[in-house]
Design a protein around this ligand. Structure first.
Ligand code: MSP
Length: 502
C-alpha cells in the first residue's frame, strides 16, 4: 500500500524586508509537523517560499532605489537561508518570480475565466498597500487606517478584471458548515464564517496600476492581483518542484496549511473560492495560529519590534529557539516573547530538566556499570506512565496541538527526574544487595530518555540525533518511540546538550 501523503505549507513570505522571528515561527511549526509525519512513515511534502510580486515589494524596492527583481533576489536568498538555520526540512522553496509558477498561474486563471467567474469592472474603495488588501467596511480601523499596519488606507479607483467571489457565498457557507474542521482553531473558524455571512463582494483579479507581477494572459496590460498569484503557489509548486515530475496528483490537496490570523480572509475565503472556480480540490485544513507579540504588539518589521532569529540561534542553537517558540506560546493563541523568557526556559527546562536528565543518566551508567546498560525490563511503575504516549502525541499533532503534544512528552521528562530523586541511584550504588534494583533504575532511565528523545526529535532534531548517537540507538522512526521498543546496550560519554550560558 502506498504511504499516506502529508502535504504541509507555510505562507510564502514577502520579500520587502528580511526574515524575522514571526516568519521563523510558522516555518518551525510546519517543520515539526513534517518531521513527525515522516517519523510515522508518511510520504511528506513540506513547502515554503517567498511572495515576490505586487505593491508591498514594488514600494519597498522604490524606497530602496532598486528594481523589484533586485530586491526580491536579495531578500529571497535571506529567506531561503533561514530554513537551514532553523533546521527546517522543506522539500522545496518556491519563489513566485519563478517562470514555471507564472505560467501555471496563467493557465489556472484562464480556466477560472473559461468557467465564467471573471468580468471587467471598476474597483472603488479602500486599499492597504502593505497588506495588498482591498479592505471591506468592517476591516477598516479609525480614521480609514489599516488595523494591522496602522497606516492610512489609500482610496483606489481602478478599472480592472474582477473575480466573482460573490458567486461563492453559498458554496463557502456550505463548506464551512459541513466541514467545520476546514478552519481551525474554532475561534478562527467563527471569524471565517462570519466574514462569509456578512456578504461577499467581488474582488479585483488584476491590477492596472502595477507592472510588477504576472501578466493577465488575456490582457497583458494588467498584472494578476498579487494575492491570487501568491495563493496559487501551493498548487503550482507541485508541478515543477521535481524537474521532469508533476507531483500535483501525489500531494494535492494539501493536508495542512499553516498561516497566522493576519491572512485569514485570503486563506479561508478567497482561497477555497478560487479553487472551486478552477475546479481544483480544497485543502483538508487551514490552521490559523496567533501572533508572537513583543511589548503587547504584533512583532513585525514595519512596526520595528523584532527579535532577530539569527542572533538567537548563534548563541543558543536552533533547537532552543524551536523549543521556546512552541513551548512558551500555546500554538493557536497570541503570546508574548522576550529574551528574558527565552533564557529562563533554556535554563530551567532544556539545560536542567532534559539536558541534565540525559547527562546524569549516561554518567551513572558509566560510573556504576562501566558504560554497559543492564539488560533488564523497565520499572513497571514508569512503564505504566509511558503507556500509550506515542499514540497520544500523534493524536495531538494530528489536531495541530503542537504545544500540548510537547507538554505531553515533557510531563514524562519531569517524571523521570522525580524518579531519579525517588530512587537515589547514588544510595543504591553503595549497597551491594541493591545491585538488582540499581540495574532496573539505570535501564529505565536510559530507555526512558531514549524513547522521549525519539518523540522530541521533531522539536529538537539536532539534540535528538546527538543524544541518540551517544546511546547507540539512532533510529527515530515511530516504532522506536515506545518505552521498551529498543534496548540500548552501552553508552558513550556525552557533552552537555544545553551548556549553561555565561
Ligand atoms: N505574502 C503574504 C502571504 C502569502 S501566502 C499565499 C504575507 N507575507 S508576510 O511576510 O507578511 O508573512 C505573514 C506570515 O508570517 C503570517 O501569516 C505568519 O505565518 C508569519 N508571521 C509574521 N509575523 C508574525 C508574528 N508576529 N507572529 C506570528 N506569525 C508571524 O502575508
Amino acid at each position: 500500500m502506498a504511504a499516506r501523503s502529508f502535504y504541509v505549507t507555510t505562507p510564502i513570505y514577502y520579500v520587502n524586508a528580511a526574515p524575522h522571528l514571526g516568519h521563523a515561527y510558522t516555518t518551525i511549526a510546519a517543520d515539526v509537523l513534517a518531521r513527525h509525519h515522516r517519523q510515522r512513515g508518511e510520504d511528506v511534502f513540506f513547502l515554503t517560499g517567498t511572495d515576490e510580486h505586487g505593491e508591498p515589494v514594488a514600494l519597498a524596492a522604490e524606497r530602496e532605489g532598486v528594481s523589484p527583481q533586485e530586491l526580491a533576489d536579495r531578500n529571497a536568498e535571506r529567506f531561503r537561508a533561514l530554513a537551514p538555520r532553523i533546521d527546517a526540512t522543506n522539500d522545496f522553496f518556491i519563489r513566485t518570480s519563478d517562470a514555471e509558477h507564472g505560467a501555471r498561474v496563467q493557465e489556472i486563471l484562464e480556466q477560472v475565466r473559461a468557467n465564467g467567474h471573471v468580468y471587467e469592472g471598476i474597483y472603488e474603495g479602500w486599499y492597504c498597500p502593505r497588506c495588498a488588501d482591498f479592505k471591506t467596511e468592517q476591516e477598516i480601523a479609525e480614521g480609514n487606517t489599516c488595523p494591522i499596519h496602522k497606516i492610512p488606507l489609500t482610496r483606489e479607483h481602478e478599472h480592472n478584471w474582477f473575480f466573482r467571489l460573490s458567486a461563492f457565498q453559498e458554496p463557502l457557507e456550505r463548506l464551512l458548515t459541513e466541514s467545520p474542521e476546514f478552519v481551525r482553531p474554532r475561534s478562527r473558524y467563527n471569524e471565517a464564517l462570519s466574514f462569509v455571512r456578512s456578504g461577499l463582494q467581488d474582488v479585483s483579479l488584476s491590477r492596472r496600476k502595477l507592472t510588477w507581477g504576472i501578466p493577465v494572459p488575456w490582457d497583458p496590460e494588467q498584472v494578476v492581483y498579487v494575492w491570487w498569484d501568491a495563493l496559487l503557489n501551493y498548487v503550482t509548486a507541485l508541478a515543477y518542484a521535481r524537474p521532469g515530475q508533476d507531483l500535483t496528483a501525489v500531494y494535492w490537496p494539501a493536508t495542512c496549511q499553516l498561516i497566522a490570523k493576519d491572512i485569514l480572509k485570503f486563506h479561508t475565503v478567497y482561497w477555497p473560492a478560487l479553487l472551486m472556480a478552477a475546479d481544483l480540490p480544497l485543502p483538508e485544513q487551514v490552521f490559523v495560529h496567533g501572533y508572537l507579540l513583543m511589548d503587547g504588539e504584533k512583532m513585525s518589521k514595519s512596526l520595528g519590534n523584532v527579535l532577530d532569529p539569527f542572533a538567537v540561534i548563534d548563541r543558543f542553537g536552533s533547537d532552543a529557539l524551536r523549543f521556546y517558540l512552541l513551548r512558551d506560546v500555546p500554538f493557536g493563541q497570541d503570546g508574548s516573547v522576550s529574551a528574558a523568557a527565552f533564557e529562563e526556559r533554556y535554563e530551567r527546562e532544556l539545560a536542567n530538566d532534559y539536558g541534565n536528565l540525559a547527562s546524569r543518566s549516561v554518567a551513572m551508567v558509566r560510573r556504576y556499570r562501566h558504560g554497559v546498560v543492564p539488560q533488564v525490563p523497565c520499572d513497571p511503575a514508569i512503564a505504566a506512565e509511558f503507556e500509550g504516549l506515542p499514540g497520544r502525541v500523534a493524536a495531538l499533532l494530528d489536531a495541530i496541538e503542537i504545544t500540548q503534544a510537547l507538554e505531553e512528552v515533557w510531563q514524562r521528562v519531569r517524571r523521570l527526574n522525580r524518579y531519579v530523586e525517588e530512587r537515589a541511584p547514588w544510595v543504591l550504588a553503595k549497597d551491594e544487595a541493591a545491585a538488582g534494583e540499581l540495574d532496573v533504575v539505570l535501564a529505565t532511565l536510559i530507555e526512558g530518555v531514549r524513547a522521549l528523545t525519539v518523540l522530541l526529535a521533531p522539536w529538537l532534531p539536532v539534540t535528538a540525533s546527538r543524544l541518540l548517537e551517544a546511546l547507540g540507538a539512532p533510529e527515530i522512526g515511530y516504532d522506536a518511540a515506545a518505552l521498551g521498543a529498543r534496548s540500548v546496550t552501552a553508552v558513550a560519554a556525552l557533552e552537555p546538550l544545553f551548556p549553561k550560558q555565561p
